[in-house]
Design a protein around this ligand. Structure first.
Ligand SMILES: *[C@@H]1O[C@H](CO)[C@@H](O)[C@H](O)[C@H]1NC(C)=O
Ligand SMILES: *[C@@H]1O[C@H](CO)[C@@H](O)[C@H](O)[C@H]1NC(C)=O
Ligand SMILES: *[C@@H]1O[C@H](CO)[C@@H](O)[C@H](O)[C@H]1NC(C)=O
Ligand SMILES: *[C@@H]1O[C@H](CO)[C@@H](O)[C@H](O)[C@H]1NC(C)=O
Ligand SMILES: *[C@@H]1O[C@H](CO)[C@@H](O)[C@H](O)[C@H]1NC(C)=O
Ligand SMILES: *[C@@H]1O[C@H](CO)[C@@H](O)[C@H](O)[C@H]1NC(C)=O
Ligand SMILES: *[C@@H]1O[C@H](CO)[C@@H](O)[C@H](O)[C@H]1NC(C)=O
Ligand SMILES: *[C@@H]1O[C@H](CO)[C@@H](O)[C@H](O)[C@H]1NC(C)=O
Length: 495
């Protein structure tokens, strides 16, 4: 009874185990080889091992040691050096130890199958139990080797899981516009560093990203090899780090990967780029900033339209295909759901298809306070055309009469000719939605751009409207996709 009492009193602390973090002093009787304060190493014990390591939000690198084992004592300084080197990686992986010589931890060590010391294991993030641990073969490695082994594991895990809250250590691939490069990077990040490297620089670049991931709100870092589109555009053939500043695609740093790069990037993240003024001399064979000119949006705004504009031509082409080809695809009569969907979508186009260039000021009229309206004449005509087709649907379906898909298509074509609606022409080329291949990419891009523009325009049209029902707009778009979108996979995904 007396012995049970403390256990009941401290039930949550001692008896049920808990998740612990750095600084925790482990239970047990034996001395430990690590220091809770000095070493960035999490010391586990029987009570805390499972709760800390399993189902956790980070991966774990763990050493199972025995305090009396001479080899473990010799190895401890290497393991400490390793832990110090990767201490900034703790949002991704934590370094921990368990003293298996302490009888207190007997069970945890037995469960982990530890029969010799030291035993090193990696537990991927979210490991559910002992069986997820991956044992290392190197047992006397230097800190450098341990770091490389850890990088390999993290890379493999990232390739499989792509955790969105891990730093992006994947390689750049087909990104070919400045816009693409910045995708997924928080807006607060003003700098984007790209580390080009293969072979020995390969691990260096992952380390750099993990080391500096704590600055991810200021500085984004991506990796690339020499076969990425960017490497080709910029003619990069040897290892290098380049840095762009947001909204200004001129390179602000172009440097070799060396010991000072870590420091330079850290400076950039913490104090900005003014310190670079004198040190941006190019030391590689990389193309100079002049070949980047097409990406300098300040100097060549027209070349950066994709960053700011939706193309009128793309929207008209997309709507032409959506209404003429996709809408009647199923054939038969428009009845019930699909009749309602057709009417609602036409209403949306009639009321909110953009007819003015609302972002005009962004590039052409910087100083002025008033936004210059710039009428889109083809789009104004398109609205008239949509209105005519909407009326036609009403006429045809009055008194519960049926409208056939064939008739819809026939009248569409006739009306288009009569209204001389040339920009609906299928001959115009996709502009911003031009794909790298000739499949439907242009259309889906145009479609999604138009949906987006419609929601923005509907919002602008109703800023002062207290009874505005924004969901109605979305339902009209959803209704069109659900009933008419020819790409089944995209439709299901969208729904
Ligand atoms: C981890 O989660 C799995 C599945 O959710 C569960 O079966 C297991 O008991 C959990 N382990 C621990 C130590 O919490
Ligand atoms: C471990 O490596 C050190 C040098 O780093 C060496 O002196 C020692 O003999 C090695 N021990 C074993 C058991 O291989
Ligand atoms: C370079 O990166 C691309 C994109 O991730 C990848 O497909 C390719 O295999 C890489 N090439 C080399 C040599 O690593
Ligand atoms: C409209 O829905 C009906 C009933 O589901 C179907 O038979 C018909 O093919 C559809 N028409 C069009 C043009 O989608
Ligand atoms: C469509 O409607 C017409 C006229 O109402 C009718 O004759 C025809 O059978 C219908 N077609 C289908 C496929 O239901
Ligand atoms: C309209 O077409 C539907 C089937 O598409 C049919 O069931 C209905 O009878 C037709 N209505 C008229 C008035 O023809
Ligand atoms: C719809 O019907 C009205 C009245 O019959 C007619 O004036 C109008 O031209 C028709 N509209 C269309 C687009 O067919
Ligand atoms: C305000 O929104 C309602 C609901 O969407 C709409 O019916 C009405 O026409 C709008 N009023 C104006 C002035 O646009």
């Amino acid at each position: 009874m007396l012995e049970l009492l403390p256990c009941i009193l401290f039930i949550t602390v001692i008896c049920s185990g808990k998740r612990v973090d750095y600084g925790y002093v482990p239970n047990g009787d034996n001395p430990t080889l690590y220091d809770a304060v000095e070493d960035p190493i999490l010391q586990l014990d029987q009570d805390t091992f499972a709760d800390t390591v399993y189902n956790a939000s980070t991966a774990f690198g763990i050493e199972f040691y025995a305090d009396w084992c001479g080899h473990c004592r010799k190895f401890a300084p290497k393991f400490k050096e390793f832990a110090h080197n990767v201490k900034e990686w703790k949002p991704v992986v934590k370094i921990a130890v368990l003293n298996c010589a302490d009888p207190y931890n007997e069970q945890a060590c037995a469960e982990n199958g530890v029969v010799s010391y030291p035993t090193l294991k990696y537990f991927p993030r979210g490991s559910a139990g002992v069986h997820d641990g991956i044992e290392y073969k190197e047992l006397n490695s230097s800190a450098v080797v341990l770091i490389d082994l850890l990088v390999e594991r993290i890379e493999a895990e990232y390739a499989e899981q792509r955790y969105s809250n891990w730093p992006n250590i994947g390689l750049l691939g087909d990104e070919s516009t400045y816009d693409d490069l910045w995708k997924g990077i928080p807006y607060s990040a003003h700098y984007l560093a790209i580390v080009f490297g293969e072979n020995e620089e390969h691990h260096e670049s992952v380390k750099l990203i993990l080391d500096l991931s704590r600055y991810h709100n200021k500085l984004a870092i991506r990796r690339s090899n020499f076969t990425s589109k960017l490497a080709k555009i910029m003619k990069v053939t040897q290892s290098a780090v380049i840095v762009f500043k947001r909204d200004d695609s001129v390179l602000i740093l172009n440097s070799r990967i060396g010991p000072d790069v870590h420091h330079k990037l850290e400076n950039l993240a913490t104090t900005g780029d003014s310190f670079l003024a004198l040190s941006t001399t190019s030391t590689t064979t990389m193309a100079t900033t002049t070949t980047m000119a097409p990406w300098s949006c300040k100097r060549n705004p027209d070349k950066c339209e994709t960053l700011y504009f939706v193309s009128e031509t793309d929207m008209l082409k997309a709507m032409r295909y959506a209404l003429y080809n996709d809408v009647p695809r199923a054939g038969g009569n428009f009845t019930g759901h699909n009749l309602t969907a057709l009417k609602d979508f036409l209403d949306l186009l009639v009321n909110h298809f953009p007819t003015e260039q609302f972002a005009y000021k962004r590039l052409h009229d910087k100083g002025s306070k008033s936004i210059k309206k710039h009428e889109l004449t083809f789009s104004s005509k398109a609205r008239d055309f949509f209105a005519e087709m909407r009326e036609f649907v009403d006429n045809e379906t009055a008194n519960n009469a049926n409208l056939t898909a064939a008739k819809w298509q026939k009248i569409f074509f006739k009306t288009e000719k009569r209204m001389r609606f040339s920009s609906f022409s299928t001959k115009a080329k996709w502009q911003h939605c031009r794909g790298s291949s000739k499949n439907f990419r242009g259309y889906t891009c145009g479609l999604w751009s138009t949906f987006h523009a419609l929601t923005v325009q509907a919002y602008l049209d109703n800023i002062k409207n207290a009874t505005f029902q924004p969901l109605h707009i979305l339902h009209s778009i959803q209704g069109w996709v659900d009933n008419f979108f020819g790409c089944r996979h995209c439709r299901d995904h969208f729904m």
